[in-house]
Design a protein around this ligand. Structure first.
Ligand code: PHE
Length: 338
């Protein structure tokens, strides 16, 4: 019987098969169990002989079952490890990444274009004080322009606002560094205004040049150069319309001649509509003086334009709200990529 059972144990090649052998041998009705039960009915002499033999059998089978179980467990573990083995030398597939947001991309493009023209990038806080956002820009208290800006004020801080434009960076730059100055300042601005074409947060890029003998002609050349580079066109016509900003004098609003056919800015003769793209002008002498500079010595121009609008024009986007949805599919479809 022992040899037979040991052979069965050796032949059991799965945990289930081994369990079946165990039950057949050591279970309640098992052969070994039955055999052990016969000891009770034996004479003491017979039991003295059979007892050690049967118990030896039981121990041998128990040990063989345990050894086989350990062997099967180890084999199972090895098989599992082999199945889960990772080839660390395989090339890694990169996880899906986000894309550059069109606004960020346009701001980067603009920074690159202006860097070529010698403009550094300047910045300022989005929570701005009244003096930088208004007063130093020749917008004193009770000036109607303050109301026009739909300003967000900060609760409990009467002198703090969310900056309504990037123009306070002009002030910070003129106060903080000596002319000559050539900077652009891209960033977020806030106005309490929300409809299909306005969002309460939007993006502007400010430009400022302060030097000696700067004129509107420099402004015109700079804007033409930037519009051509940004829209990747060879020719452009700009229309300067007289306008009013408290911090520039004279002030001009600039329209770009646009061709409906190409959907891009175009040169003389190909223009069929005008698009307003920015506000600008010669920096008001009072603004220069408010920053501690002598307006008789230093002059300059400034401009400010909406980045969101430039992005829409360049990439043919129609819905401002898409900028804020954060839809990766939309970003990818529109060709924005890292
Ligand atoms: N700050 C103005 C605006 O937000 C734009 C501007 C900037 C105009 C610089 C003139 C000069 O509308």
């Amino acid at each position: 019987l022992q040899a037979d059972l040991l052979a069965q144990i050796a032949a059991a090649d799965t945990p289930d098969a081994l369990e079946a052998v165990r039950v057949a041998a050591m279970g309640k009705q098992g052969q070994v169990t039955q055999l052990l039960k016969t000891l009770g009915g034996m004479s003491p002499e017979d039991r003295a002989v059979a007892g050690p033999a049967f118990n030896g059998l039981r121990e041998a089978i128990t040990a063989a079952l345990a050894a086989k179980k350990a062997a099967l467990d180890e084999a199972a573990l090895n098989a599992k490890l082999a199945a889960e083995k990772q080839d660390m030398t395989l090339p890694v597939s990169l996880p899906a990444t986000g894309t550059i947001h069109p606004i960020s991309q346009v701001m980067d493009e603009l920074a690159g274009i202006f860097a070529d023209l010698g403009f550094a990038v300047a910045s300022g806080p989005e929570i701005e004080d009244d003096w930088h956002n208004f007063t130093a820009l020749n917008i004193p208290e009770s000036h109607p322009a303050r109301a026009m800006h739909d300003t967000f004020y900060i609760d409990g801080q009467p002198n703090m606002v969310l900056r309504t434009h990037t123009s306070p960076v002009q002030i910070r730059t003129m106060v903080g560094q000596k002319p000559p100055i050539r900077i652009i300042a891209p960033g977020r601005v806030y106005r309490s205004d929300s409809d299909a074409t306005h969002t309460p947060m939007f993006h502007q890029i400010e430009g400022l040049v302060i030097d000696k003998g700067i004129t509107l002609a420099h402004l015109r050349w700079t804007l033409e150069t930037f519009i051509k580079a940004f829209f990747e066109v060879d020719d452009v016509v700009l229309r300067f319309r007289p306008s009013y900003f408290p911090f520039t004098e004279p002030s001009v609003e600039v329209d770009v001649g646009y061709s409906a056919k190409t959907g891009k800015p175009a040169g003389q003769g190909q223009v069929d509509k005008w698009l307003e793209v920015l506000g600008s002008g010669m920096v008001h002498p009072r603004v220069i003086a408010a920053c501690g500079l002598d307006p008789n010595e230093w002059q300059g121009f400034a401009f400010g334009t909406g980045v969101d609008r430039l992005a829409m024009l360049k990439y043919g986007l129609t819905d401002l709200r898409a900028f804020f949805d954060g839809d990766i599919k939309w970003l990818k479809h529109n060709g924005f990529s890292a």
